[in-house]
Design a protein around this ligand. Structure first.
Ligand code: NAD
Length: 464
């Protein structure tokens, strides 16, 4: 048994209250504000991710059956890139910005100053348990905050690894990791924070927002929903199918930005089926259960939920499942009724329904009748269709020809809209999320040019 397998003592309510108080005191001491502290913490985190990649990948494998490649690309490597990007630009992002002042206020100077919010709470989910805990942490540290991080108890090996390692390499008085589930999170949410950053489902998102309202604490909610992949006929359906399958079945479909369903226009609904089957075979072999690249369902509850959805259409490929290994094959369902359960909830698993609509108008109406998605994908070669989808629908992100890639572009914000979330982060946007932009005006007292503005307001004064 390694150190990180050792079960930790249950955290008591007074422990949690003390932890938050300690972290708040560290912020109040000013320790987290200097740029040198922030950069040193980010470099320490970077070293940890590189030096202990194998260990973290093992935790991810234990929780999700994640392959080493997916762990690198979507979690550890992603985080190292995010740190590098942040370190490269942080000085510039933090530079005060001069703003011109109106003539009536001259002489005076105006500028914006970016300051940390204070002590922030980050609550993260299980599906990318490293990425979704540490990507916000990078932004919070870069902005000079103290942090309480609550990883997901649903990915216990990764949660334990984070609780073990972060205090060893980071300033443990300023960054605390609290393990636990609903009771611990509920206690944390009762404490005062200066920002709460939550990633997970919308039901808990509402609980977080209601708790935050008690202290008037701002929130970022990174939520989910159903991300459509619109497919038009007359495009390269073989490539489209490969890309949809790649985005859908990585992490066994447990990805917030995975294409949730294919919204196929006309004959594309029939034509894409064989291509999807071929793509799945190419990626995971004849029997994906044997593939080292293919993940497992996180727990019994989700396994149960997902297997119930398998009957909601005609199985084109897949459908096999095995409870002991929590395996559900990459599955494509055709002829799916838009009113069926599989189209009513976010699937968050390896089941890909194909819904047929007659034309682009119907596809746009279909999307707009439902909650705004976290991501919208479209596979089309028509510039006109791209224009229409861009301007006639609303979603957190929009990507043509490739799913999930919006996360790989460091300069783009990541976040939802409407039911898919509130706020955005990554890179510069993380700094904005975890900072306050303060307006500063500096007017010398030496010449009182404001005299004309003081009461009593004479007619002459009215004219200035
Ligand atoms: P989860 O069960 O791990 O829950 C997320 C966090 O909320 C955990 O830390 C958990 O301890 C806490 N939590 C759970 N119940 C709570 C309660 N009653 N009160 C307070 N805290 C509570 O993860 P999940 O919600 O199953 O995650 C999956 C969902 O998250 C999907 O909807 C997915 O689309 C969404 N998601 C969104 C993003 C994004 O970046 N927008 C990323 C990943 C997942």
């Amino acid at each position: 048994m390694t150190a990180i397998d050792t079960p930790t003592d249950p955290t008591t309510v007074p422990d949690l209250i003390d932890t938050v108080a300690r972290v708040r005191a560290t912020f109040a001491s000013g320790r987290t504000k200097p740029l040198a502290w922030r950069k040193q913490q980010l470099r320490a985190l970077r070293r940890l991710l590189i030096d202990h990649e194998v260990e973290f990948a093992q935790a991810l494998r234990a929780d999700l059956g994640k392959s080493a490649t997916e762990s690198h690309v979507m979690e550890l490597g992603f985080l190292v890139r995010e740190i590098d990007h942040t370190l490269r630009h942080l000085d510039r992002w933090l530079r005060p910005r001069r703003v011109s002042v109106p003539v009536s206020l001259m002489p005076a100077r105006a500028r914006t100053v970016i300051e940390p919010l204070g002590t922030v709470l980050i609550i993260s989910p299980w599906n990318y348990p490293m990425n979704l805990a540490l990507a916000p942490l990078i932004g919070a540290i870069a902005a000079g905050n103290a942090v309480v991080l609550k990883p997901s108890e649903v990915a216990p090996a990764t949660s334990a690894a984070l609780a073990h390692w972060l205090p060893k390499v980071l300033d443990a008085e300023a960054v605390a990791v609290v393990e636990g589930g609903v009771p611990e999170t509920t206690t944390l949410l009762e404490q005062q924070f200066d920002h709460i950053f939550y990633t997970g489902n919308g039901i808990v998102g509402r609980i977080v927002m209601a708790a935050a309202a008690q202290h008037l604490t701002p929130v970022t909610l990174e939520l989910g929903g159903k991300c459509p992949a619109v497919v038009e006929p007359g495009t390269d359906l073989a490539t489209a199918a490969r890309r949809v399958a790649w985005g859908k079945f990585m992490n066994a479909g447990q990805t917030c930005v995975a294409p949730d369903y294919v919204l196929a226009i006309g004959r594309a609904a029939d034509e894409i089926q064989a291509h999807l089957s071929a793509a799945i075979r190419e990626m995971y072999g004849e029997n994906p259960a044997k593939s080292a690249e293919y993940g497992q369902i996180i727990n019994e509850r989700h396994y149960e939920r997902l297997t119930r959805l398998l009957a909601d259409g005609r199985t084109v490929v897949g459908g096999e499942h095995d409870r002991p290994t929590r395996y559900i094959a990459p599955t494509v369902l055709a002829d799916v009724d838009p009113e069926s359960a599989v189209m009513g909830e976010e699937i968050f698993g390896p089941i890909l329904p194909i819904v047929r609509v007659p034309d682009l108008d119907a596809a746009i109406a279909f999307i707009n009748r439902r909650a705004k998605p976290l991501a919208l994908y479209a596979f089309t070669s028509s510039a006109q269709s791209k224009r229409r989808l861009t301007h006639e629908t609303s979603s957190g992100g929009l990507s043509f020809g490739v799913p999930t890639a919006q996360l790989g572009v460091l300069g783009l914000p990541f976040g939802g809209v409407g039911e898919s979330g509130i706020g955005r982060y990554h890179g510069r946007y993380s700094l904005d999320t975890f900072s306050h932009t303060k307006s500063v005006v500096d007017k010398p007292l030496r010449f009182d040019t404001l005299r004309l503005a003081y009461p009593p307001y004479t007619r002459n004064k009215d004219r200035i």
